[in-house]
Design a protein around this ligand. Structure first.
Ligand code: UN1
Length: 511
């Protein structure tokens, strides 16, 4: 019997991982199976057929053909297609939010919140479809006009991670669809069900609205299809979300074929708590940032840099907060729980190994520090570690688990330097009520991250802003602001409406 959360979305537990277009899901079972595991009890949730070579070719060929039609469909009409998807997701928010919670292991409110991000970016993309603006320029030549316009780039490959199994696709796909692109999605092998359900919801809405296929799905059951996808010259843009280790390979491979990549990789996000901070704001933000999603967001708070004068107070309050969370660790589909399991058994191993390293380096466990062996599944305690320097190897490493390293500082420049002294540059935050401190932190000499906040934590970015980071985070920007430009190609046009043929830069070339 499939889990009731699956049946609520018409999933049977025996799924095709390939949407071929034309309403067809492949039956080809030759490319192996993915077996997503319920992180709460270790049971296999379903069997998903991977994408075969033949099916991959069909998907790419159909996506290319679809692009020929979609690229000349008026952008506001494309926006209408995305609007229907967002509406359908709104109707299915509860069911899809539960599936995300079940398969990924994040809490039910966070699962629902992830679906809300899909709806939000969908609505953003509807407005965007009337705002794909280019600039006009004044030509140096008389009787000439110059402007730029943005055209869709083609078939976009989206490779998403297990931690945001549906929202990351939507940030890319809904914006790309409004821009006139066709998307092929390869989700994480750990969360194929959330992807299949999202595709079914959106494709059904598109079909009802009389729209053609714009979203395709493939799954790699260990056949190296993902590598082939990354190397495929027919796919001009690969948007990859995941680890820095794999992202570096993706970036290099795509660059080798002169394609474009949009990389959203690791973070090692810090919060600075300055001496004027309002701790009533800071403590809940820190606890959510470090413990929310069991520390498996790329924006999770991993380092805490606290002014020496308030260090002991902050530590005491945090330990009290962690004890509260400990009482509410459990089945993520139960909305009463604040923290679910880690997504995988490997995640638990990485968590335990990091704690051992931290101890060996001289760290002290102020709270947590162990897996929960009294139950099935990948449950661990949220962990707070003190006594390590920022340059300690484990502090420099992104461990995708609820581990927070707490450090002390004396002056602001030192705190900012510590915050920035990691290879990653995704998200950052300061808690302060001092205007000068806040502005210094946000200045060119302040935080070096793609996201920098004052009096809110490092995670939970809204879709309206561009999302992404610097250095080993990969430099990509997705979601709001003008991130849409990544999904389009810019064309500069000069038009001569005079009777003369003047050359630019005053060059004379008389025949
Ligand atoms: C991620 O972890 O891959 O800012 C993305 C946040 C979310 C996105 C996280 N909106 O925490």
């Amino acid at each position: 019997m499939p889990h009731p959360v699956l049946t609520a979305l018409d999933l049977t537990g025996n799924e095709s991982g390939t949407y071929l277009g034309n309403g067809e899901w492949s039956n080809d079972a030759s490319a192996g199976l993915l077996e997503p595991v319920n992180p709460t009890d270790g049971e296999v949730l379903a069997q998903v057929r991977g994408t075969s070579q033949a099916d991959y070719e069909t998907v790419v060929a159909r996506a290319q053909a679809a692009f020929k039609v979609w690229r000349t469909t008026p952008a506001p009409r494309r926006g209408e297609a995305v609007r229907l998807c967002a509406d359908a997701l709104r109707r299915n928010k509860d069911a899809l939010g539960s599936l995300v919670a079940l398969e990924m292991g994040k809490s039910k409110p966070e699962g629902d919140g992830e679906v809300q991000e899909m709806i939000d970016i969908g609505e953003f993309a509807v407005g965007l479809s009337r705002q794909l603006y280019g600039l006009t320029m004044h030509s140096e030549r008389p009787g000439h006009r110059m402007y730029e316009q943005w055209h869709p780039v083609g078939v976009v490959g989206i490779i998403s991670a297990f931690n945001f199994p549906v929202a990351v696709w939507a940030w890319n796909a809904f914006v790309a669809a409004a821009c006139g692109d066709i998307c092929i999605w390869k989700p994480s092998p750990r969360t194929p069900l959330s992807a299949i359900a999202s595709m079914k919801i959106c494709n059904e809405a598109l079909k009802e609205g009389g729209f053609p296929d714009i979203f395709f799905l493939i799954n790699d059951a260990g056949t190296e299809l993902a590598q082939q996808f990354v190397d495929d010259r027919r796919i001009p843009l690969i948007s990859f979300t995941g680890s820095t280790r794999i992202g570096r390979q993706v970036g290099e491979r795509v660059a080798r074929r002169m394609g474009r990549s949009l990389l959203e990789l690791g973070g090692n996000n810090a919060i600075i708590v300055e001496q004027s901070a309002d701790l009533a704001l800071a403590i809940p933000a820190i606890v959510f940032g470090a413990v929310g999603t069991a520390g498996q967001r790329c924006t999770s708070t991993r380092r805490l840099i606290v002014h020496a004068s308030i260090y002991d107070t902050v530590l005491e309050k945090l330990v009290a907060g962690y004890k509260q969370v400990e009482k509410r660790i459990g089945d993520p589909t139960d909305p009463a729980n604040l923290m679910g399991p880690l997504n995988s058994a490997e995640g638990v191993q990485a968590y335990l190994a990091a704690i051992e390293k931290a101890k060996a380096a001289g760290g002290t466990i102020a709270s947590g520090g162990a897996a929960l062996s009294d139950r099935k599944g990948n449950f661990v305690l949220p962990t707070l570690i003190t006594g390590l320097g920022n340059d300690s190897e484990i502090v420099q490493t992104e461990t995708f688990a609820p581990i927070l390293y707490m450090m002390k500082y004396e002056d602001l420049d030192e705190a900012i330097a510590m915050q920035n002294a990691v290879p990653q540059g995704l998200s950052s935050a300061i808690f302060t009520t001092n205007l000068k401190v806040s502005e210094a932190y946000l200045s060119a000499a302040g935080s070096d991250c793609g996201i920098s906040n004052v009096n809110i934590g490092t995670s939970g970015a809204e879709i309206g802003g561009a999302f992404g980071g610097e250095k080993e985070t990969g430099g990509g920007r997705e979601s709001g602001s003008d991130a849409w430009k990544a999904y389009m190609r810019r064309q500069t046009n000069t038009i001569n409406y005079s009777d003369a043929m003047p050359l630019a830069q005053g060059i004379k070339f008389e025949l």
